[in-house]
Design a binder for this molecule. Structure first.
Ligand code: PLP
Length: 415
């Protein structure tokens, strides 16, 4: 493996090998990460990376696009079929550019948008002041209720009626519950706003039929393709027919130049994989695993934001265990679990410290782990918290995590 790279660059070859080792030997619980198939990876590493293809299929600004046209048309057709969408643009380089495309297709700088606050589970691109979305637009935020830690739709409606944003944005990076799309739609209709939903985190669950789809309710739906969807790193915009022209025009030439055709083709492969029966089982298993892990953690006295999960992620408030999110992330890294610190609603700590960690099941489920393994992981997490000062015990827990990894090999055959 990496022979060609090694001949040119031993330093990068060493890094590639080390990263493969890390991915194999740690329990990957970052909720936004996954392990793509070899087919997706092979497509990303293909000759399509050499091709310029500004424009859209059959309407390119470069010659020689016959094959990449076929790849992009396949990706579009499959995305539309997978999500029951009228139209799909598969060119966004990332979730962020997909969101930028959706905003700028319908809004002018200075227009009002209303999205979920970052500290309540939303994403930077939903109007945070340091992000283009907050810099370009007059961004307002809704929050979760302090009692239920779920979205307070009545309050959101009141805020929307008072502020009358031009776009209402749904979707999140750290929200473990179902969304009420019907309510979002009716609020958007009351103020004549565009309804956009960013399903980056839950796209694989929607594709697998275990999470309701935002597509029938929204004017525009954006996504990444590399989280629960398990494809290459990239973005996607789905829309109704009447909104599509504006979206296409904004993605290219508005925001991007040449599309990454190796990634576009890899998205087609990903969508093909998502349409197979076993992807449905995978999607169900992600949710079953998250619920099992959540139950096992709650039994051990951990507080889960909103009291549980409906999807692939858990937001664990560790303040009650006397830890910050930062300390918990470091502790778990120590015992072979990779995750990220995360603010919890109404967090008293700074975003660099936080009171929570976000745990996700997409990657471990891809390895084949199930509810039994989630029980073992809950035990490792709990024991780590209880034995923070006991190095021998922490080493033993790390060995347990590695043992678990070895029982569920990742990329077998990849040298
Ligand atoms: N939207 C949501 C809800 C996300 O969680 C993320 C990434 O974490 C993005 C957008 C941005 O995606 P990318 O990192 O590909 O720009």
């Amino acid at each position: 493996m990496y022979d060609q790279v090694r001949q040119v660059d031993t330093e990068i070859a060493d890094i590639l090998e080390a990263e493969l080792g890390r991915q194999r030997n740690q329990l990957e619980m970052i909720a936004s990460e996954n392990f793509t198939s070899r087919a997706v990876m092979e497509t990303m590493g293909s000759t399509l990376t050499n091709k310029y293809a500004e424009g859209y299929p059959k309407k390119r600004y470069y010659g020689g696009c016959v094959h990449v046209d076929e790849a992009e048309m396949l990706a579009k057709r499959r995305a539309m079929a997978l999500f029951g969408a009228e139209r799909a643009n598969v060119q966004p380089h990332s979730g962020s550019t997909a969101n930028m495309t959706a905003y700028l297709a319908f809004l002018k700088p200075g227009d009002k948008i209303l999205g979920l606050s970052l500290s309540h589970g939303g994403h930077l691109t939903h109007g945070h002041p340091v992000n283009f979305s907050g810099l370009l637009f007059d961004a307002l935020h809704y929050e979760v209720s302090p009692d239920t830690e779920t979205i307070d739709y009545d309050k959101l409606r009141t805020q929307a009626l008072a502020e009358r944003p031009k776009m209402l944005v749904g979707g999140a990076s750290a929200y473990p519950r179902f969304w009420d799309y019907e309510k979002l739609r009716s609020i958007a209709d009351e103020i004549d706003a565009i309804l956009m939903f960013d399903m980056a985190h839950i796209a694989g669950l929607v594709a697998g039929g275990v999470h309701p789809s935002p597509v029938p309710f929204c004017d525009v739906v954006t996504s990444t393709t590399h989280k629960t969807l398990r494809g290459p790193r990239g973005g996607l915009v789905l829309s109704r027919k009447d909104k599509f022209k504006a979206i296409n025009k904004m993605n290219f030439p508005g925001i991007q130049g040449g599309p990454l055709m190796h990634v576009v083709a890899a998205k087609a492969v990903c969508f093909q994989e998502c349409m197979q029966g076993d992807f449905k089982l995978y999607a169900k298993s992600m949710v079953d695993n998250a619920k099992a892990l959540g139950d096992a953690l709650m039994e051990r006295g951990f507080h889960l934001v909103s009291g549980g999960t409906d999807n692939h992620l858990l937001l664990v408030n560790v303040a009650g265990k006397g830890l910050t999110g930062k300390a918990m992330e470091e502790l778990l890294e120590h015992v072979g679990i990779t995750c990220n610190k995360n603010t919890v609603p109404f967090d008293k700590e700074s975003p660099f410290v936080t009171s929570g960690v976000r745990l996700g099941t997409p990657a471990l489920t891809t390895r084949g782990m199930g509810v039994e393994e989630m029980g073992r992981i809950a035990h490792i997490i709990d024991s780590a918290v209880q034995n923070q000062e006991n190095q021998d015990k922490l080493d033993a827990l790390r060995a347990e995590a590695e043992d678990l990894c070895q029982s569920f090999p990742l990329y077998p055959g990849m040298a």
